[in-house]
Write a protein that binds this ligand. Structure first.
Ligand code: UD1
Ligand code: CA
Length: 451
């Protein structure tokens, strides 16, 4: 069996430069949710119909789906969903079943696709319907005495038809041969002047009479994203699902309505997540961590027993028992060792900091390798940039850096060094030395203002 996913639309209703199917829901593109649903239902061959922004969408899909056999076809003119499927028909083998889905329905559960496949048996076409509270915008299932008649699009509904709550979710399983025949018989005599895929069902019914409908319980799973309001709705439904999964896995949330976790994030048991926390990308958090309010963590690996308070962490690795924040900024490429303390208003960039080092307040560390058990005094700056190039700094173990010091890179500081407060260090310091690099204090006696 092959799947065809339609994603050639111009997405005018999104009012965006970015194609609709590349908009993200909890960190993952809409189209990639649809592809994953097919994959999890056991389908490996997928044909994707693209039009607008063909190359951009293709590139994004290819980067993330190495394991599937995906073909892309171009629909040059947007003449409707039926016309879009026509573009893919050369790939249909004889007597093959074809699953068709729309690329803008990211919340579909693969189990619904599996049910549709199981139910299909010898139907000429089967589809999933659902009963929606507010069916506006969706095609409606017209029935007579409970038997399927046809699908009528929202824009083509008369007053009575628009009251029907059974909607077309847009997931169909066709006998490929009958689909091809029906596509050739389509007309575009409707409100939008388009060739509707939905009309093929009625045609197939006249050809073979075997139409199966499975009415799924949860209509929210089939939400189509056509505008930014539906995008927000899909995001919040997905978020609810993700947060629920984490809580079932033993994560504690103070208020799950205000926690924003991307699709691929992992969190260990008994970690606590406070409100207004954003966990993004491929972030992994271990067990027994506390992530306090207003933190944003992107693509970071956080081990166990870590406490993060109102801080931003990007693409870095944080080992066990570390405390970060409030108001710290850990930038990409940083590695923070066990039991390190990073306090308030500290910025760390592309640096490694070894076990038990303390950077308690108001410090910038950039492009440095810092040893174990170092103490950074308040207001230390590593001057890593001379206006043209960046340089690295190395600091050994057990170093004590007095408050308000500057370390002008490149500079190497040995183990057990002590740097006096207010020093500007421009030369290397050997192990066990005391360095003082500031003007000696002069007290002038009997000084007073001339009157
Ligand atoms: C469609 C269905 C409707 C269903 C709803 C479910 C039709 C005519 N209508 O309506 O019955 O209830 O989805 O979400 O099928 N596309 C193309 N080429 C085209 C036109 C559309 O590839 O020429 C793609 C779009 O990119 C989109 C999908 O097909 O991903 C659906 O098109 P859209 O315009 O969103 O259809 P709806 O009005 O939502
Ligand atoms: Ca749609």
């Amino acid at each position: 069996m092959k799947a065809v996913i339609l994603a050639a639309g111009e997405s005018k209703r999104m009012n965006s430069k970015l194609p609709k199917v590349l908009h993200k829901i909890c960190g993952k593109e809409i189209i990639n949710y649809v592809i994953d649903a097919c994959k999890n239902a056991g389908i490996r061959e997928i044909i994707i119909v693209l039009g607008h922004e063909f190359d951009l969408i293709k590139k994004n899909i290819c980067e993330k789906n190495f394991d599937l056999d995906i073909k892309f076809v171009l629909q040059k003119e947007r003449l409707g969903t039926g016309h879009a499927v026509m573009m893919a028909k050369d790939f249909f083998d004889d007597n093959e079943n074809i699953l068709v889905l729309y690329g803008d329905t990211p919340l579909i559960n693969y189990l619904s696709i599996k049910k549709l496949i199981d139910m299909n048996s010898d139907n000429a076409v089967s589809l999933i319907s659902s009963v929606a509270e507010n069916p506006k915008g969706y095609g409606r299932i017209l029935r007579r005495e409970n038997n399927f008649l046809r699908i009528i699009e929202d824009r083509d509904c008369d007053k009575n038809q628009s009251l029907i709550k059974e909607i077309n979710t847009g997931i169909y399983l066709f006998n490929g041969n009958l689909l091809k025949t029906a596509l050739q018989m389509l007309s575009n005599n409707n409100a939008q002047g388009e060739y509707y895929l939905t009309d093929t069902i009625e045609i197939i019914k006249t050809l073979s009479d075997k139409v199966g409908i499975f009415c799924a319980d949860n209509y929210k799973e089939f939400l189509g994203v056509n505008n930014k309001i539906e995008l927000e709705r899909a995001n919040s439904l997905m978020r609810e699902k993700i947060n629920k999964k984490h809580m079932e896995n033993g994560v504690t949330m103070i208020n799950a309505r205000e926690v924003y976790i991307d699709y691929d994030v992992k969190i260990g048991r008994d970690s606590v997540v406070y409100p207004n926390v954003f966990l993004e990308g491929k972030t992994e958090i271990g067990e027994n961590c506390v992530i306090r309010e207003n933190s944003r963590i992107v693509d970071a690996k956080i081990f166990d027993e870590v406490e993060i308070n109102s801080s931003v962490i990007l693409n870095s690795r944080i080992e066990n028992d570390v405390k970060i924040g409030p108001f710290a900024y850990i930038r990409p490429g940083s590695e923070i060792g066990k039991k390190v303390k990073i306090g308030d208003f500290v910025e760390i960039k592309n640096s490694s900091i070894d076990e038990e080092t303390k950077v308690a307040h108001l410090t910038y560390i950039g492009d440095a390798k810092v040893g174990k058990n170092v103490n950074f005094g308040c207001g230390t700056t590593i001057a890593n940039y001379d206006g043209e190039k960046k340089f690295r700094t190395e600091i050994g173990d057990n170093v004590f850096i007095g408050c308000n010091s500057n370390l002008v890179a490149p500079v190497k500081i040995g183990d057990d060094v002590y740097i006096a407060a207010g020093s500007t260090i421009t030369e290397d310091i050997e192990a066990k030395n005391f360095a003082i690099a500031r003007a000696r204090q002069v007290n002038k006696s009997n000084w007073q203002k001339k009157s």
